[in-house]
Design a protein around this ligand. Structure first.
Ligand code: SF4
Length: 133
């Protein structure tokens, strides 16, 4: 097999993934300010992206807000986690904030969290296949 055909085959295999990544970015950036972290937890954070936190905290606030709920790192913005809590309370989803989140694998930054979700589900259903690959 020539190098050219290998490159073409790889490009054909990658194309759907790249298209999905573009669609995810196009939809979620304007709606949620998505930064394409690669592992979405919007469903647990009242649909406010936690990656807007300047410290990138995904498990709750740092505790450094001022008396008015403004961020200690960027005093021009309200604490992202305060906004998440207030919206979760309005939506009746505070219980979801108690869930401990996995550490973010930064290698996935810029990739589609939709693809990663499908891969994780497949790994859970077929763990043996994952070990072989
Ligand atoms: S994929 Fe990551 S950066 Fe994008 S909305 Fe979800 S949590 Fe935020």
């Amino acid at each position: 097999m020539s190098i050219t055909s290998t490159v073409i085959k790889r490009a054909v295999r990658q194309a759907p993934m790249e298209a999905l990544t573009l669609v995810e970015r196009a939809v979620k950036r304007p709606l949620f300010g998505c930064q394409m972290c690669g592992h979405c937890i919007l469903q647990d954070t009242a649909f406010i992206c936690p990656m807007a936190c300047p410290k990138g905290l995904r498990d709750g606030p740092c505790g450094g807000t001022d008396m008015h709920g403004m961020c200690e790192t960027d005093p021009s913005m309200p604490c992202v986690w305060l906004r998440i809590y207030e919206r979760a309370e309005r939506l009746g989803r505070v219980d979801r904030l108690m869930k401990l989140q996995d550490d973010l694998d930064w290698r996935g930054q810029g990739t589609s969290s939709w693809i990663s979700l499908v891969k994780r589900a497949a790994d859970r259903m077929h763990p043996a296949a994952r070990e072989k690959s």
